[in-house]
Design a protein around this ligand. Structure first.
Ligand code: SAM
Length: 248
């Protein structure tokens, strides 16, 4: 399937077994990719479903639904204090490649940066392009930035962790090793919060603990704010995907 182009389609574009392509999508398929009538492509709804579609007279006909196995066995939400500069672009791209389901940017006590609407749209575009490129079924949701204390109760994950480089907390991996992939409520969800360059304040750590977040370490070294989410997600993906493989 790797040779077929992937196009993200919104739900209202599906009509009676056909996809009503936008003029931009048509331009991309016909002018940029030089696709012709009868050529196939993959339509992704960004919510886990893929279809094999065929270009037919400026629209697309759905041929069949496809099975995808490129998602993590649990839905992971990252709560990320916004770092300075453009580092967040790379975080969004790499975390999408690693399988994140949702990124919730937060303004913490030590980050005062309030990003513009254009920045949010840019991150959503980066997530969409990265999801297409790495053949994911889901485009991760990049939510509107909120204050850290607002974010804590927003997420109802079953496993919630706050990463803290100091304080000798147990390693994230130790908790993950005890985490089942499903429970009686269905698929597990995992939430991981990562602080800004200046770190979390004591109050923020206390607030997180009272919202049932477990403080965890990602190892003995202090990672940059833009490296820590990538390390955390690599640990989650490595542990859960390798475990899944042993069961198959
Ligand atoms: N200025 C902080 C200090 O000196 O402790 C360091 C903050 S670090 C650059 C940014 C964020 O990455 C931290 O708030 C934490 O969430 C995460 N982080 C970095 N290294 C970590 C580690 N070894 N274990 C857990 N979290 C870590």
């Amino acid at each position: 399937m790797a040779q077929l182009q992937r196009i993200a389609i919104s739900p209202e574009q599906f009509q009676a077994g056909e996809i009503v392509l936008t003029s931009e999508q048509l331009h991309y398929l016909v002018r940029v990719l030089r696709s012709r009538d009868g050529d196939k492509f993959i339509a992704m709804d960004g919510m886990g479903k893929w279809w094999l579609a065929q270009l037919r007279k400026e629209q697309a006909q759905i041929l069949q639904q496809l099975t995808v196995e490129t998602e993590l066995p649990v839905a992971v939400t990252l709560i990320l204090a916004l770092p300075k500069g453009n580092g967040f672009d790379d975080v969004v791209r790499v975390c999408t490649e690693l399988g994140v389901a949702t990124i919730l940017p937060v303004i913490s006590d030590r980050t005062l940066l309030n990003p513009s609407q254009q920045k949010l749209e840019r991150w959503q575009r980066i997530a969409q392009e990265a999801a297409e490129q790495c053949e994911r079924a889901y485009v991760p949701a990049i939510l509107e930035p909120v204050a850290f204390c607002t974010a804590l109760p927003l997420v109802e994950g079953q496993q919630k962790y706050i990463c803290e480089g100091r304080g000798n907390y147990p390693h994230l991996l130790n908790y993950l090793r005890q985490t089942p992939i499903t429970n009686d409520k269905g698929q597990m969800t995992i939430t991981i919060a990562i602080g800004p360059e200046g770190g979390w304040t004591e109050t923020e750590i206390e607030q997180a603990i009272s919202s049932k977040y477990q403080p965890v370490s990602l190892g003995k070294r202090i990672l940059r704010a833009i490296s820590a989410p990538i390390v955390a997600l690599s640990i989650v993906a490595g542990e859960l995907e390798s475990r899944n493989e042993l069961r198959e």
